[in-house]
Write a protein that binds this ligand. Sequence first.
Ligand code: NAD
Length: 474
Amino acid sequence: MVVGMGGAVPHTVRIHPPRARSALVAPHQQKVSPVNHSRSESPAEIVARLRAAFRTGRTKSLEWRTAQLRGLRDMLTEGGADLAAALHTDLGKPSGEAYRTEIDFTIREIDHTLDHLPAWLAPEAVAVPPVLGPDASAWTQYDPLGVVLVIAPWNYPAGLLLAPMVGALASGNAVVAKPSELAPATSAALARLLPAYLDTEAVAVVEGGIPETTTLLAERFDHVFYTGNGMVGRIVMRAAAEHLTPVTLELGGKSPVFVDRGTDLDVVAERLARGKFLNAGQTCIAPDYVLTDPQTAAALEPALTRAVEDLYGTDPATSGEYGRIVNERHFDRLTGLLGSGRVVVGGSGDRTSRFIAPTVLADVDPTSPVMREEIFGPILPIVTVAGLDEAIDFVNDRDKPLALYVFTESDDTRHRIAAETSSGGLGYGLPVAHVMVLDLPFGGVGESGMGSYHGHHSIETFSHRKAVLAKPLV
Ligand code: NAD
């Protein structure tokens, strides 16, 4: 590739981007004897082995990267049913939802990356100041970081391990993947499937809980990508600081919804219910609570009841479209929040099957327990405010959310919310769906996280953008 900069450039400098070399290990050759190396090796040995593979340079070739992405894709198409079954075991996840939100979701991310990777990786020319002479040129090029650790949570335990891995592998890194122990069936399925489709010298799966993750985190990585809660986010960042390792923290928090006066509440309720009760409310960007004026709140209550019944019937426990709470600890935590307001719809639960009905609470005091923590379950409180000014203050008085949603017909309201609040993402008229736009950066700000990924943003996250200046000798 030839880069010439700064108007009339008599000389150009040839850039030789990482030379394409064939992947040394074809992913399908390994299907014969899938081995989860993590069982017999210490974390230090795993990282050393992956670093040695990285040092050979083979992970840098476009061929290796695309082979890994195709391997992942094959894993998802051939092993999709196994993963869907595991997700059902762990979270009662309906099969359609498992495909929509985790399996096909990751396939879309892979296809998008495969389509654009060469263009994303192309060096980018930048202007050179005249003082360096007309024959100088400058550009940036992406270097892989090295060995990357991806730590996933339990709520989308396949998708939130694999989607970051797409970016890490596409960027030419070796990867240690750590699934969540709180979704044990999915963790086991991933530990079995991944080594059968990927280059096992450069990709390892380490299963386990706090002790295993703590031991892993003591190792030197070149990037740590963590998805989960802020308390553990702090532990991850502290451990990474020991090695000056950069981190991406995909955290959570309370994502508010503002419903303006005069909006079509049937549409609002249907979209709110879909976004909130997906995965039984265990979604990091689920609407956490609703802010609206008292009159709108009164009209929204019956609309939400109708929306819940339309989606899950009058007995959601028998619906094939509704998931379960991940474990009894979270079931107990959530049922403890049900007393924070007047039950509009739902309010029931069954500990044995970890079922909690899609629930809407009204007359909720801003200081009540349900408003003091991220709900992360199927409970939607409605908090009343006088109007937009108070809603903006309400949001700004609290931690910066991962997502903020606004239902309004008013451009002025839209502009004010965008200008006067800070959140990881902002959705007008449709909660949760911004995560499906692959070229939008997905991530939080402040307490909801740092860094982002998806699409080409993943290349930024998992690469070093190297600055290069070149001036010919003659
Ligand atoms: P979790 O309990 O599965 O933990 C996440 C990971 O951290 C696991 O792999 C676990 O093994 C590890 N871990 C737990 N305790 C640890 C410790 N003491 N030391 C080292 N590692 C430890 O998941 P979670 O945190 O309960 O997930 C829910 C949270 O994640 C919510 O706050 C949610 O909003 C957030 N979340 C954010 C996103 C996002 O993309 N921003 C996505 C999903 C979930």
